[in-house]
Design a protein around this ligand. Structure first.
Ligand SMILES: [Fe+2]
Length: 183
């Protein structure tokens, strides 16, 4: 199985869904939920920036209604980002945490459906295998540039290793770093 664009994007979607499922499990304790939220937010920022850098430009280039599709997805990314910013520093015991997280999950699941039922099949049909492989590699490489975050695989560590910055929020800083806006 090659790492073409389609499989790279779909792998991300499955990984995000796996974390969502654990977040929805009522047995997951608040500290773990906060760590999972950090993890999935970091994943989603990486995913969105990589899509915006490589997948949507390819859609604009190759698909008849590519501009329309790309604009629509980008608008949904900014909606999801607004939710992620609100969630960024919220305690998992805050009643609003569940509400915002629910909204975020709805928004992302809608995004996944849109892409997997429409955009990805269209790109698969319109691009050559070589193009899809190149795009997949670019997406993987772009995602590696992301700054590190606390990882849910180390639940014993206190959240003190969060990246703290009195200025811009983490999501903005990650986005800037990934998209090369701040150098
Ligand atoms: Fe996606």
């Amino acid at each position: 199985m090659t790492d073409d664009l389609i499989s790279v994007i779909m792998n991300d979607h499955r990984e995000v869904e796996r974390v969502f499922a654990e977040l929805e499990d009522k047995a997951t304790d608040p500290r773990r939920r906060r760590e999972l939220a950090d993890h999935v937010i970091a994943e989603l920022v990486r995913h969105s920036v990589a899509e915006e850098q490589f997948m949507y430009p390819a859609a604009r280039k190759h698909l008849e209604n590519g501009n329309e599709l790309a604009d629509h997805e980008i608008e949904e990314h900014s909606e999801a980002e607004l939710l992620m910013k609100q969630l960024e520093d919220m305690d998992a015991t805050d009643p609003k945490f569940d509400q915002l997280l629910g909204n975020l999950m709805d928004s992302i699941r809608h995004h996944v459906e849109d892409e997997e039922n429409d955009l990805l099949p269209k790109l698969r049909a319109a691009c050559s295998e070589e193009e899809l492989r190149e795009l997949g590699e670019k997406v993987l490489r772009a995602k590696e540039k992301a700054p590190t975050r606390p990882h849910p695989q180390s639940p014993d560590k206190p959240p003190a290793n969060r990246i703290l910055d009195p200025g811009a929020g983490l999501i903005d800083r990650m986005r800037d770093k990934l998209s090369g806006r701040a150098t």
